[in-house]
Design a protein around this ligand. Structure first.
Ligand SMILES: O=C(O)CCC(=O)C(=O)O
Length: 291
């Protein structure tokens, strides 16, 4: 579980690092999952990528990743921050190709790409390798989760990153590493500005990344993945909590191939796999209730 100091760090800084969440044998098992031929085939297709390679939706690819998304060592800690009813917003394997000099990821706030009705949305990154500045570990701007949603658009179109560069260029002292050793995790708020440089190590850098949201945090726009809405902790509710926010939703070419439209829209809140998985666990509860 998170200590009081770790909870405070999350709300004060916008992120927290927790070491040694998974012992070496668990990390080995997770690495073995990434070595699965189905995963390797997908990664091989994107090896030439200049950016961090994202395999989404990860929980639908192998059962082990779905189990990890529900692991209490993650969800128990997330519950301490956003409450007991937790759904998956999305899941990915974020690898930096071993190609030296590739794999940078621009500065951004996750919320810009998954706009929701409130801000109880956060990201957990599970390190499968020791993450370092050398292999392209993430950096974050301390306290940036209090800036609100920043501009990620140009001429009304969504771009791949935040365009308000003064936040990280002029405040070097606020830019801090968000990196852990293998088996550790980092948790960051959906408004925390973060990004990562190229991988200079010549070795892969693997993170399993889960974006979790409170059960009453509804998505407003853009893509719903197959595992979006998967109930990983607590019980599904029927309440939407809206907090005041004044946001611009730029048109988003990036999501067009997923949503089929340039503005992005949420036409269903729960992905097809998540619906099946939630129904399975609900009927298990019914059976137990009747027994
Ligand atoms: O993998 C990385 O270094 C950055 C990934 C990231 O920031 C994201 O997926 O939102």
């Amino acid at each position: 579980m998170l200590t009081e100091a770790e909870i405070d760090a999350f709300w004060t800084d916008g992120f927290v690092r927790v070491d040694d969440v998974f012992p070496d044998e668990d990390v080995e098992e997770l690495r073995a999952l990434t070595a699965d031929p189905s995963i390797q085939r997908e990664l091989a297709k994107r090896r030439a990528s200049e950016r961090t390679v994202h395999l989404i939706p990860l929980t639908t690819r192998l059962a082990g990743f779905k189990e990890l998304a529900c692991d209490l060592r993650l969800t128990g800690r997330v519950a301490q921050l956003i409450g007991d009813d937790i759904q998956l917003s999305n899941s990915k394997l974020a690898t930096k190709p071993p190609t030296a000099g590739a794999g940078a990821f621009p500065w951004h706030q996750d919320f810009a790409y998954y706009t929701h009705t409130n801000f109880d949305l956060l990201t957990v990154a599970v390190a499968l390798d020791d993450v370092t500045p050398e292999n392209g570990g993430m950096y974050a701007v301390r306290g940036s989760h209090r800036l609100g949603l920043l501009d990620h658009s140009r001429d009304g179109w969504m771009t791949g990153g935040c365009v308000e560069s003064h936040h990280w260029e002029t405040q070097q002292e606020a830019v801090v590493p968000l990196m852990s050793k293998a088996g550790g995790i980092t948790i960051h708020h959906c408004l925390t500005l973060h990004g990562s440089p190229v991988n200079r190590s010549g070795m892969p850098r693997r993170l399993v990344v889960f974006q979790y949201r409170a059960g009453d945090c509804y998505q407003l726009a853009d893509n719903v993945w197959e595992d979006t809405g998967f109930q990983v902790h607590g019980t599904p509710g029927h309440r939407v909590r809206c907090v005041p926010m004044d946001i611009v939703l730029p048109r988003n070419r990036g999501w067009e191939r997923f949503c089929g439209e340039p503005h992005g829209s949420v036409y269903r809140q729960i992905g097809s796999r998540a619906r099946d998985w939630n129904n399975e666990s609900l009927s298990a509860v019914d059976v137990e209730g009747k027994g």
